[in-house]
Ligand binder design. Sequence first.
Ligand code: ATP
Length: 303
Amino acid sequence: MRPLAAHAPAKINLCLFLGPPRSDGRHELVSVMQSVSLADEVRLLPAAEGVASDEVFCPRVRGPNLAGAALAAFRERTGWDAPPLRIEIDKRIPVAGGMAGGSTDAAAVLRLAAAAHGDVQESVLLELAAGLGSDVPAQLRPGRVLTEGAGERVQALPDAPAFGVLVIALDAALSTAAVYAEADELELCRGEAELERLLEQVREGVGADSEPLARPLMVNDLEHAAISLAPAIRAARERARDGGADIVMVSGSGPTVLGIFLGEDGFKRAHRAVERVAGTGPLVIAVQPVGAEFGEPRPIEAA
Ligand code: ATP
C-alpha cells in the first residue's frame, strides 16, 4: 500500500443544545460543529517487516486508541485484507479537551483506509463512524455540520463565513461521560418540544452571510456542568473576554475555552489576542475554520 497522510482537524461546537436522555442512555442533541485548523496529523503506512498485525503509534495517548478501532472495524466490514499497517498520529489536539481529538483521528483513519482501498461507499463509512462513537460521523468530512440525535444524524452545511477562534486549552482533562452525568445532576436538559424549536432556529441561524451561526444561538448547554467539574474554566473565560472575543464559550464537554472573533478580520484579531492571553493554559493559539479539502488524504514518502 502507498503511504498516505491526512489532517485530522479538531472541532468546536458553535452551539450545543442538550435534550432528554434516550432509552439507550445517550442524550438527544442539536449541535453545529465546525472543523478548525488545529489538527492532528495521521499517517497510514505498511507495518515494518515481521510485524504480524496492525499497530498504532500515538505517543501522547495511553491505552486503546480509537484510530486502531477504526481500522479494525473497516477491515471487518469491508473484508479488506491489506498486509499489516501502521497508524502514526502526531497529536496536537488537547486530549479530553472537548475538541473531539479521538473521534477526528478515527474519522481520518476511515478516510485514509477508504482511499487506500479505493472502492468503499460513503454510506458504509458513515455506518462505521456511527459505530465508533457519537462524535465520529460529524468528523468524517470536515467542515460545518449540523448534528442531531446523539450525533449519528449529520447534515453537511455550506462553508461558514470567515471568523477566528482563540483556543485556550487548560491543564485539565474532562471525561465526556462525567460531564453528561453532571449535566443530568444539575438538570440542564431541555424538553423535546424546546429542542425541536431550537433545531428550527438553528436551521435558519446558519444561513447568515456574516456569522457562522446567529449570535444568540451560540450557546453550549454543557458549559455549567463543565465549570462545575473544572472551575478553572471561569478564569479562562474571563481572560478570553479581556482578550476582546465577541463570544466566549466552552468547547463541547470542555474544559477548552474558546473566544470567537466574528468577521473577515476575526482570525487576525484572534491572533492578536493570543499574546494578551498567553500563559492562561498550556496551549493558547488562534485557529480558523477549515472545510473538507483540509482533511483529504494525500500520498507521502515512507520514512
Ligand atoms: P469529545 O469532544 O468527542 O467529547 P474529547 O475531545 O473531550 O472528546 P478525546 O481527546 O477524544 O476527548 O479523548 C477522550 C479519551 O479517548 C482520552 O482520554 C483517551 O484515553 C481516549 N482516546 C483514544 N484514542 C484517542 C486518540 N486518538 N486521541 C485522543 N484520545 C484518544
